[in-house]
Design a protein around this ligand. Structure first.
Ligand code: SF4
Length: 144
């Protein structure tokens, strides 16, 4: 059975920043019969609801910065991602919620320190870890 890692919000978990979901019936029909391993780094690290974050290019690389406090939230997301893929070493495909700063695969926005848009084709912090490990990865909107 094909083992797919998938953003939990796409399955209906209310783990978005505002405690809602992104349930995607079309996507669910497509992955029917696969073994799904749900993940949500932001809910795990910060709970739901929580403040929003954006990816900002800094001297230390691309960081997830809290829109409310300005705090760098990257470390717990990156730690969750590493632990997730260490635990599930046999994942065959990563399906991430498009445009998420954590889960977007080729669709996350990155800004400079003045919030000018630099790119909208980047990987979120968890998707980046999937790519580092050469796990095939795709945005949900491209997979449906
Ligand atoms: S996009 Fe990723 S981090 Fe955001 S709610 Fe969905 S699973 Fe969680």
């Amino acid at each position: 059975m094909r083992k797919i890692a998938i953003s939990a919000c796409l399955l209906g978990k209310k783990c978005r920043y505002d405690a809602t979901d992104n349930k995607d019936e079309k996507l669910l029909a497509k992955v029917e019969g696969c073994e799904l391993v749900a993940f949500c780094p932001e809910d795990h690290a910060f709970g739901s609801p929580r403040p929003t974050m954006d990816l900002i290019e800094t001297k230390e690389g691309i960081k997830a910065i809290c829109n409310t406090t300005g705090a760098d939230l990257s470390s717990p997301i990156e730690a969750y991602a590493k632990d997730f893929f260490d635990t599930h070493a046999d994942i065959e495909l990563f399906v991430g919620k498009d445009r998420s700063p954590s889960c977007g695969v080729c669709s996350a926005k990155v800004y400079d320190a003045d919030k000018r848009l630099l790119s909208e084709q980047e990987a979120g912090l968890m998707a980046k870890e999937a790519k580092i490990r050469n796990i095939p990865a795709i945005d949900a909107e491209d997979y449906r």
